[in-house]
Design a protein around this ligand. Structure first.
Ligand SMILES: Cc1cc2nc3c(=O)[nH]c(=O)nc-3n(C[C@H](O)[C@H](O)[C@H](O)COP(=O)(O)O)c2cc1C
Length: 202
């Protein structure tokens, strides 16, 4: 077994109940294969996001993407936290996500973040199907990103996402991140968040 195969096996979720294999296999690497993501593949990811459910079909999600080697890519990198700058630059694509804050009536769209998240859920399953990994990042200076990309008022930058094919070499990471890369994935039990009939406090 190669190191790559061992890593993949270790990252597979040890589920309590059987789930869709693509969900079980998805994980968030900090190193990516060098293979580029084509425009067609990117559009397949956006198409998956496009068909997500959204409140009143408002589709409040927005994305700015940048390919490695371009000035836009460097501008996304300039908005990442120092922690994320350490590893995210191995990704062939960096994406900024945003949502539209208000409804057509000018009211706050309370469900816009929900809809953005759902579209990214769609995108991540499509990506997994294609052997592509997505690593979401809250660690960005979103105010700076709004300025750098001249995002108009009424839209809110939310996260950045590193996107690339699985298969990067963990040896390329700093030692602490390499250790994290090799760790098995874990989750809270279902009983911590799904309650029958009544709220359950800790
Ligand atoms: C909204 C969001 C923000 C995140 N922000 C970061 C981040 O800034 N840096 C980072 O290295 N990982 C970040 N992550 C990745 C999580 O740490 C990761 O999804 C979690 O540890 C579970 O690991 P898994 O995705 O491999 O199952 C983020 C994930 C999400 C969904």
């Amino acid at each position: 077994m190669t190191e790559k195969e061992a890593l993949q096996l270790d990252k597979k979720a040890k589920t309590a109940y059987q789930i869709f294999p693509l969900l079980q296999m998805r994980w968030s690497p900090r190193t990516f294969d060098e293979r580029e993501i084509t425009k067609k593949e990117l559009n397949q990811l956006f198409e998956a996001a496009r068909w997500a459910a959204s409140s009143y079909n408002r589709q409040p999600w927005r994305f700015i993407y940048a390919e490695k080697g371009t000035e836009s890519y460097d501008r996304v990198v300039s908005c990442l936290s120092d922690f994320n700058k350490q590893w995210a630059t191995t990704a062939p694509i960096l994406l900024l996500t945003a949502y539209k804050e208000k409804t057509e009536n000018g009211d706050e769209n309370f469900h816009a973040l929900h809809d953005l998240g759902l579209s990214l859920g769609n995108m991540s399953v499509q990506a997994e199907h294609m052997g592509i990994a997505m690593h979401h990042m809250a660690g960005i200076d979103w105010k700076k990103a709004q300025e750098v990309f001249e995002v108009p008022e009424g839209f809110h930058i939310t996260t950045a996402i590193a996107i690339g094919y699985y298969g990067g070499n963990p040896d390329s990471l700093p030692e602490d991140l390499k250790q994290q890369e090799m760790q098995p994935r874990s989750r809270n039990p279902i009983t911590d968040f799904a309650f029958e009939g009544t709220w359950k406090s800790d």
